[in-house]
Design a binder for this molecule. Structure first.
Ligand SMILES: Cc1cc2nc3c(=O)[nH]c(=O)nc-3n(C[C@H](O)[C@H](O)[C@H](O)COP(=O)(O)OP(=O)(O)OC[C@H]3O[C@@H](n4cnc5c(N)ncnc54)[C@H](O)[C@@H]3O)c2cc1C
Length: 417
């Protein structure tokens, strides 16, 4: 079955690369599609020359010039024409790609929560700041603060420090007691992760790690000048040039939902073999639930084999179990809590594309009513940023996924036959 099978994979992060590698190993032909120009997704951003994780290099070495491997880089999947045909846009225009078996490895996005000043130039998501630095944005001798909640704050601070920035503070919302419990659980059940955390903290030993803290406001004139945070009622101001504010990740389910895949708890719903509710569509990695790189790799392998009608190797099962246990621990420790719902003020912008403030949204009962009255979610990002924020702040069901799921040029759309 596998020799002539063609598996299409969307997303070349850890899940997509692991899936492509497993499928190729099993004798199938693979087409890997990603909107970035280099493979690697979020954690392995920057491409093969910059990877430090041996898994990425090993997989890409086996893949990149293999005759059964096609890499469509710089190609965004903007939706589907029918149940078995993807719509894509690349530099040379739009096209359709029919598929027999499709694996979604579309990753996650950051949860951006509004606070006064969050739309100032210089304020980004924590992961966004990391991506900019990895992409070459100079931060040498500039001052950075990372704030919010989750391990991504530490990773971003380490990237900034390595790039020559001064990191004035890491401002973590969770209290020290909870973080201590997280550390002990890592030591007891996830020793490799514990070792990673220890070496990360060692690299960040000169940086103040403020816990149980919350952003009050970012301030500046035309650009960011600093951020004020509060810890147990006491406010501290940090002057800074860049603020990376991250409150965790949300699965990127846009393509899955456009294809009609069922979702649960904001993630693409999959069975034990990573199969979605749609025939011939599987999903793996962060789009099925936030859990980090090991979950993405383990699920990617399993999904590829399942899509090809093969059984996953028994030796892979413990890694998957451990990755899912770690995902649960992450969610229990770092889930944004209600205190983060009080960061915005009435005049704080919530939808930055359409300049819609919290006061304009508060009178409405749901997303649809608010959208009709205020244009929330109707700008270029189509609710990808403010939709999850409104879901968290007001409990609204996020907007439907509409085609094109990403901004596409009229030229590309008109060239699709
Ligand atoms: C901004 C950001 C930074 C992060 N940094 C770290 C870090 O430093 N350390 C860490 O442990 N974890 C980090 N993470 C968490 C990270 O998501 C996982 O650890 C890991 O990268 C997940 O792998 P994945 O394959 O599931 O998804 P990803 O690595 O996110 O890969 C998904 C890929 O799919 C592509 N894609 C999505 N939709 C489409 C489409 N419609 N068309 C074409 N391509 C598409 C994306 O561009 C991306 O390349 C970060 C997450 C984010 C959002």
């Amino acid at each position: 079955m596998t020799r002539d099978a063609l598996l299409h994979i969307v997303g070349s992060g850890p899940a997509g690369l692991a899936a492509a590698h497993a499928a190729l190993d099993a004798g199938a032909a693979v087409c890997l599609i990603d909107d970035n120009h280099a493979p690697g997704g979020q954690i392995w951003r920057g491409g093969p020359g910059r990877w430090t994780d041996a898994r990425a290099t090993r997989m890409w070495t086996a893949l990149h010039d293999h005759p059964r491997f096609t890499h469509l880089a710089g190609t965004q999947v903007i939706g589907c024409a029918d149940a078995n045909t993807l719509l894509v846009e690349a530099a040379d225009g739009g096209a359709t790609i029919p598929f027999q078996r499709l694996l979604l490895c579309t990753g996650a996005r950051e949860l951006s929560l509004p606070f006064p000043g969050w739309t100032l130039p210089g304020v980004t998501g924590a992961g966004g700041l990391q991506a900019l630095i990895k992409g070459g944005m100079p931060v040498r001798d500039r001052t950075v603060v990372v704030a919010g909640t989750g391990p991504l704050l530490l990773a971003t601070a380490a990237t900034a420090l390595q790039a020559g920035a001064r990191v004035a503070a890491i401002v973590e919302h969770q209290p020290w007691s909870r973080l201590g419990g997280f550390g002990l659980a890592l030591l007891a059940r996830h020793k490799a992760k514990f070792a990673q955390a220890v070496s990360l903290f060692a690299a960040l030993r000169t940086v103040p790690y403020v816990t149980g803290a919350r952003i009050v406001a970012a301030a500046g004139d035309d650009i960011l000048r600093g951020v004020t945070v509060t810890v147990q009622g006491r406010e501290t101001h940090y002057a800074c040039d860049f603020l990376g504010a991250g409150f965790g990740l949300v699965p990127n389910t846009d393509l899955g939902r456009a294809l009609g895949c069922a979702t649960a708890d904001g993630a693409i719903l999959v069975d034990a073999m990573q199969k979605t509710s749609r025939a011939n569509v599987w999903a793996a990695g962060e789009c099925t639930g936030i859990g980090g790189v090991d979950k993405a790799v383990a699920e990617g392998r399993r999904a590829a084999l399942a899509a090809l009608g093969l059984h996953p190797a028994a030796r892979d099962a413990p890694a998957l179990r451990a990755a899912h246990a770690f995902a649960g621990l992450l969610a229990r420790t770092f889930a944004p809590n209600d205190a983060l719902k009080t960061m915005y003020r009435p005049d704080t912008i919530v939808c930055r594309c359409e300049d819609v403030t919290a006061a304009q949204l508060l009178p409405h009962r749901d997303w649809r009513e608010a959208k009709l009255a205020t244009r929330v979610g109707m700008g270029p990002c189509q609710g990808k940023t403010c939709g999850p924020a409104c879901a968290f702040l007001f409990g609204w069901t996020p907007p439907d996924s509409r085609i094109p799921i990403l901004p596409a040029s009229a030229r590309a759309l008109s060239s699709i036959e």
